[in-house]
Design a protein around this ligand. Structure first.
Ligand code: AMP
Length: 586
């Protein structure tokens, strides 16, 4: 299969915004892909060369990629950099430059050769690795057409810009190889428990939907995190959960899924599927000492924690542990605790089908608690007063609130789902305002007056998982310190787009668009109906969406969340409905 086929599909996808048209065009590409290459092409469409959790890093800095383009086109690196600055996109810059120098070049790159070379680029390590990476990329560019170069370089810079996410690829796989939409839930379930689109695609083409259904939870493959809905009223929570629930402390830290594989190795994954064992060697050591089963998958929250004082420390402290260098010092300066709340696999057994009380009992049996390895505090409650009391205690103990969990005997762990089996009760007790949400930045407006040269306000959106689209809910310029404002342009630069990304639904025109990628925590004073914002459009009222009034950045960059982990439009609808039911003063 020629890489040209993939590049042409990318080009078409980039120009398409309708979801159905995206699925059709992607389906066409997947149908044209031989079975053996299907996993590779699926990864490539995710902007990857291996499943994300494998942590394969091409390790090729932009400067080096610029040099490769310079060599391929015979233009100076300075000129290439100029062109990158003009277009804001290394891929487009390379394509434009190569249109002059390699205009008539016939396509000759094979998908398998591209994948193998990218793999070699990733594998090159050690003192001379940068030169080797440069040679390998140069070799690809010497044979690439301008269009192919656009996407090769975007893959390398980690920004494919196709406007599709994994949900859309799953749709296309169901359509082409699963016999239609009916296969979609099976594909999604499998993806949610193995996080490996290549594995799902390969099972599907070789053994059909039946083989996909046989994919099992396995240590080594992260399971997508089960997520919580949100309500702010104890009575309502109890109604939703059938009159009783486990009220578990909601710790304010970083969610970690720890896998101990048969070889004894322990790997930690974040909910964004990053491998972070190297950042948290102390957590690995805690688990090595305190985790019983030889093979296991445990989930918990890593929190900055003063074990001697029994004191939970603020979120900002644990975030200082998310670093590549100076780890020993950080381990010493910011001690953490792991508060475990799930056991998904133990000694050959997939526990995700078991109800929560049984999983929790197995967790208690699997973990030998110590000063820093703990179980999340949980109490079973059957009335609102007890739930309120547990909430008060959680807040007093330094937690964000509670996660109220269904104790019903017929509910398993729902990987990747934000359902009503877990309901968070979170109140911002430090201010009068009620609640925070996590929103994705999709645009920015230029600053005026004191803010000339930096952004004046950001256009923020919530995620609509049903449509795989980000819908706007507010424009926020408050709460940013001067340092935040100064940092924003650089943090957002890689996500900047000349036009509205296909995954964004907005009715206003910011000065810059961004591919959703950066998530910020925003304090909301009030949600109102609005004709200019698109979140929950038409759901509460015809021709109106939801807008957040008086939004304020809390200072928390949610780098632990990907854009698709942002608060959902449904959460906003719930917040709106809850607020409607309450007197304005509470
Ligand atoms: P949110 O990020 O506001 O959607 O809240 C969900 C997050 O709370 C989870 O992803 C966990 O990182 C965190 N969390 C803290 N304590 C718990 C707990 N006991 N059970 C489940 N999640 C928890």
């Amino acid at each position: 299969m020629e890489y040209r086929t993939v590049a042409e599909a990318y080009r078409d996808l980039e120009q398409t915004s309708s979801r159905l048209a995206l699925i059709d065009r992607l389906g066409e590409l997947l149908a044209a892909t031989p079975a053996t290459l299907l996993p590779t092409v699926c990864y490539l469409c995710q902007g990857l060369i291996a499943p994300q959790f494998a942590g394969v890093d091409l390790g090729l800095a932009e400067k080096l990629a610029v040099r490769a383009v310079a060599t391929a086109t015979g233009i100076s690196p300075g000129q290439v950099t100029g062109s990158v600055q003009e277009t804001g996109d290394l891929g487009l810059a390379a394509e434009q430059l190569m249109s002059a120098t390699a205009a008539g070049r016939a396509a000759s790159l094979q998908v398998s050769a591209v994948a193998a070379t990218l793999r070699q680029i990733a594998d090159a390590e050690g003192p001379r690795s940068q030169g080797r990476k440069l040679d390998l990329l140069g070799g690809l560019l010497a044979r690439a057409t301008p269009l192919e170069a656009r996407y090769l370089l975007r893959l390398i810079s980690g920004e494919l810009r196709l406007g599709i996410g994994t949900p859309t690829i799953l749709d296309a796989l169901a359509q082409v190889h699963g016999g239609g939409r009916a296969a979609r839930p099976a594909l999604e379930r499998a993806y949610n428990i193995c996080c490996d689109l290549g594995q799902v695609a390969s099972a599907l083409v070789s053994g059909g939907v039946v083989a996909v259904e046989q994919i099992r939870v396995r240590p080594g493959n992260p399971v997508r995190a089960m997520l919580a809905q949100r309500l702010s009223d104890a009575d309502e929570i109890l109604v939703k959960l059938g009159g009783r629930c486990a009220a578990e402390y909601k710790y304010d830290g970083v969610r970690i899924q720890a896998h101990r594989t048969a070889d004894g190795a322990i790997e930690l994954f974040t909910r964004r599927l990053e491998r972070v064992s190297a950042q948290f060697p102390d957590v690995v050591a805690l688990l090595a000492a305190g985790l019983g089963p030889a093979e296991a998958i445990v989930e918990g929250e890593v929190v900055a924690y003063d074990a001697a004082a029994g004191e939970l420390r603020p979120f900002g402290e644990v975030m200082t542990r998310r670093r590549k260098h100076g780890i020993d010092i950080a381990v010493r300066d910011v001690p953490v605790g792991l508060f475990c709340f799930e056991l998904l696999f133990a000694d050959g057994q997939d526990l995700t089908q078991l109800p929560y009380p049984q999983r929790r009992a197995r967790l208690a049996g699997a973990v030998t608690v110590s000063a820093q390895l703990r179980l999340a505090t949980a109490t079973e409650v059957t009335n609102a007063a007890a739930l309120e009391a547990a909430f008060g205690q959680a807040v007093a103990d330094g937690c964000e609130g509670l996660v109220c969990k269904s104790v019903s005997p017929d509910t398993g762990y729902r990987a990747g789902a934000r359902g009503w089996l877990w309901i968070k009760l979170k109140r911002d007790y430090r201010t009068e305002l009620s609640d925070t949400v996590d929103l994705a930045v999709v645009g920015a407006f230029a600053g005026r007056g004191r803010r000339v040269g930096v952004y004046g306000a950001l256009l923020l959106a919530a995620y609509d998982p049903d449509a795989d689209v980000f819908r706007t809910v507010t424009k926020c310029g408050a709460g940013f310190t001067d340092a935040d404002l100064a940092a924003l342009p650089a943090r957002l630069a890689p996500l900047a787009r000349p036009d509205k990304p296909a995954t964004v639904d907005a009715r206003q025109q910011p000065d810059v668009w961004f591919e959703p990628g950066l998530v910020l925590e925003i304090l909301s004073a009030e949600l109102t109906l609005s004709p200019t914002y698109t979140a929950a459009w038409g759901e509460i009222k015809e021709n109106a969406g939801l807008a957040m009034r008086f939004p304020r950045f809390t200072g928390r960059w949610r780098d632990d969340k990907s854009a698709r982990d942002a608060s959902t439009t449904r959460e906003l609808t719930e917040l709106y409905r809850t607020a409607q039911r309450k007197p304005a003063s509470t």
